[in-house]
Design a protein around this ligand. Structure first.
Ligand code: ADP
Ligand code: MG
Length: 700
């Protein structure tokens, strides 16, 4: 939008070809548009002077007027520092220098008027300002003109070349001067701007860099966040519409014998109302003529498997085959066992295919698949190997989706000219706001209810001195017939991280429980050895399984009732929750014991508090999002975020995200592929969004 006015930023005052090059390399700023969208990361209020007595722990960067009363040299040698006692006429505060002491002493005088500028920090119960900017008042423009000063992120390399925040600020000033009398084209329609009382684009861009006041800044930020989130949603929903128009889905038009017979004769328990609701949602998708892309979220133990089974019956009732993909062999095997058991005497052909399926068996399977004799195939990624061909694959269920690579999923499609319906099951709950952005084109179903009769897992946090008491507790549980997991963060002792480690722990446990059978699994064992150990535990041959996080996903041992997590401070929230989900799967009361070092940080304390407080995966995911931010959320790294967010923050801007989603929905309802004159702005803007998004419509 600015290309016509400023075709090349190197001609902008303060830039030049060298800096233009650096802006490109370091910040990916190429055009004037990029430049104006490089927002400050914070602002400093230079519109007024503070009094020292006003300072509290929320005080941002501030300026104070006053004089230096005296200097004090403190400390010795390397720890030397300079303190200047600064008075605003009412009270005093220390200005502190750790470096550049000589320079400060040369430059500064006592009994001279200064404006001091910096962020107060609390040290030994007193506020001080370290390395402040100190200016003579006569060198500064009047305070009213200073307003809120923008600060920009720059790289080390840029700073070395004097392209620091101040320099960027100067460049922005020049940019704004050039734009003064220029109209900047709106990026949102006037309807939207009016309805949500948004600040016009030019005013917002001016105020985001040089806010006239705090109020204006607030509106500018709101406007730009709105716009950013709106385009994320519009992009995703627009892609959906296009996909719906272009990709036809198989129509599962009828509910037939498989479904009905199972429901009436073999269903081993009453479905929860959440399960029923989700089955209905799947049914409505699969009958619609559109290809289903549905994310099924449900906490561990919420009963996703039976829902998947009913979805597969729908496929089979309409003459299609179904497949389940799991991330590991153990899980594929467990799905196979569970499904076989659930099916009981139902006449359904199910088979399993993994990396270790023997060639002869494999051949037989291939034939049964191509002839259509096989109804359900369960497997690992072996299932998407080229030689596997289905007669007519109608539904694919993918378990624990975040373990699957995007490319692997894409290959599934080569099995069919028409893509099968897809049901992605995950036990990693994703907060709604995040799901809306990351998986905006997947419909979402949630099982938010556990089967009846479950006892909530009791979770406790202890320090490491509790080991002896804990051992007594474990012995009691095992005497009562239960089994125990003990999880360690590392396999081998590392010098850097002074952690309990699995080998050490294994020995300790063997010593502590000489009469019990102790197993051990970790990621560096051969898959077969791992499998053997796991099977021994599943079969009840070992009482205690000492493990790393390899047991995190999906393994089902209902008899295991205690999960001990050593160095729990080392694990993220969602990981802790996943680990805890390994217990609480049977009728007995289960326990999760989180052991930590004595020294733990504030964030760890919060994580542990949430764990001991709730078993609700969604609350935990929400807290995780707040604590860590969306970038680190498990399962989001390979996600399809269409473009980076510059100003909006998914963890904080949830409510706005809900609004913009409905706005985007309304726009597309009236004009599905943005053909109307009125929406031309939106269409053009969408086109400009550069980074190619991952197209979930095709690969999920
Ligand atoms: P997950 O969602 O973790 O995959 P599963 O599908 O493995 O959960 O179900 C966990 C356990 O709960 C299984 O033993 C399953 O048979 C049982 N289950 C599922 N649904 C119900 C229900 N409606 N009533 C009672 N038990 C159920
Ligand atoms: Mg499961």
């Amino acid at each position: 939008m600015l290309e016509n006015i400023i075709p090349d930023i190197k001609f902008l005052a303060g830039v030049g070809s060298k800096r233009a090059e650096m802006l490109k390399k370091e910040l990916e700023i190429v055009t004037a548009d990029d430049l104006i969208r490089y927002y400050p990361y914070r602002y400093v209020d230079r519109s007024r002077f503070y009094y020292i007595h006003e300072i509290n722990s929320d005080t941002p960067f501030i300026q104070i007027k006053g004089q230096i009363l005296r200097f004090e040299r403190q400390g010795e040698g390397r720890k030397q520092r300079l303190a200047a006692i600064f008075s605003d006429g009412r009270s005093t505060i220390e200005l502190v220098w750790f470096q550049g002491i000589k320079y400060a002493l040369d430059k500064l005088r006592t009994n001279t008027n200064y404006v001091v500028f910096g962020r107060p920090t609390l040290f030994n119960g007193k506020y001080n300002i370290a390395h402040p900017e100190v200016e003579r008042p006569e060198d500064l423009p009047p305070a009213e003109q200073m307003g809120l000063q923008p600060y920009y992120n720059t790289s080390e390399k840029m700073k070395h070349n004097f392209l620091n925040s101040k320099a960027i600020q100067k460049i922005m000033t020049n940019l704004m001067l050039q734009l003064q009398d220029v109209t900047i084209q709106e990026t949102l329609t006037s309807d939207i701007i009016k309805q949500y009382s948004l600040m016009p684009i030019k005013q917002a861009l001016v105020n985001i860099h040089f806010p006239q006041n705090a109020e204006k800044l607030k509106f500018a930020r709101q406007r730009l966040k709105f716009e950013e989130l709106f385009y994320v949603q519009l992009y995703i929903l627009h892609q959906n519409k296009l996909r719906e128009q272009n990709v036809k889905g198989f129509i599962f038009s009828k509910i037939g014998d498989f479904f009905n017979t199972y429901y009436k004769k073999y269903l081993p328990f009453e479905l929860t109302s959440a399960q029923k609701r989700v089955i209905k949602e799947i049914r409505s998708d699969a009958g619609s003529g559109k290809q289903m892309n549905r994310l099924l979220q449900g906490d561990v133990g919420s009963g996703k498997t039976i829902v998947a089974l009913f979805a597969m019956f729908m496929a089979m009732d309409n003459g299609f085959q179904a497949a389940i993909m799991a991330p590991t062999e153990i899980l594929a095997q467990q799905h196979y066992d569970t499904i076989s058991e659930l099916l009981g005497r139902m006449n359904v052909n199910v088979a399993i295919l993994t990396g270790s399926t023997k060639p002869k068996e494999r051949k037989k399977l291939h034939n049964a698949l191509i002839s259509g004799e096989l109804h359900i195939l369960i497997g690992t990624h072996a299932l998407i190997e080229d030689t596997v061909k289905f007669k007519n694959l109608g539904l694919v269920v993918i378990d624990e989706q975040h373990r699957f690579g995007v490319a692997q999923r894409a290959r599934l499609w080569q099995k069919n000219t028409q893509p099968p319906h897809v049901l992605v099951m995950t036990a990693t709950p994703i907060p709604r706001t995040l799901a809306m952005t990351l998986y905006g084109d997947l419909s979402i179903s949630v099982i938010d209810e556990l089967p009846p009769g479950r006892k909530p897992i009791q979770t406790y946090h202890y320090f490491m001195n509790k080991h002896p008491a804990l051992n007594q507790f474990l012995a009691k549980q095992i005497a009562a017939g239960r089994q125990v997991y003990i999880v360690y963060p590392l396999i081998k002792e590392s010098e850097k991280l002074d952690l309990q480690n699995l080998e050490h722990g294994y020995e300790y446990i063997c010593d502590a429980f000489p009469n019990l059978k102790i197993g051990k699994v970790h990621g560096q064992m051969k898959p077969q050895e791992k499998e053997v150990e796991m099977q021994r535990f599943v079969g009840g041959l070992t009482n205690i399984l000492v493990a790393t996080t390899v047991i995190e996903v999906g393994v089902n041992v209902p008899n295991a009732s205690v999960m001990v997590i050593e160095n729990a401070e080392r694990f993220g929230l969602s990981q802790l929750h996943q680990l805890r989900g390994r217990v609480g799967r049977g009728a007995e009361q289960s326990f999760c014991i989180l052991l930590t070092d004595y020294k733990i940080g504030a964030d760890t304390r919060k994580r542990l508090a949430i764990m001991t407080e709730t078993n609700d995966g969604f609350r935990i995911a929400e807290a995780d999002l707040q604590l860590r931010g969306p970038g680190d959320m498990e399962g989001t790294q390979q996600s399809g975020m269409p473009f980076d967010l510059k100003i909006a923050n998914i963890a904080q801007d949830g409510p706005m995200l809900e609004i913009v989603r409905s706005v985007a929905q309304k726009v597309l309802e009236n004009d599905p592929v943005l053909l109307s004159e009125k929406n031309l702005i939106l269409k053009n803007q969408l086109k400009k969004l550069k980074k190619e998004p991952v197209n979930w419509g095709i690969i999920s």
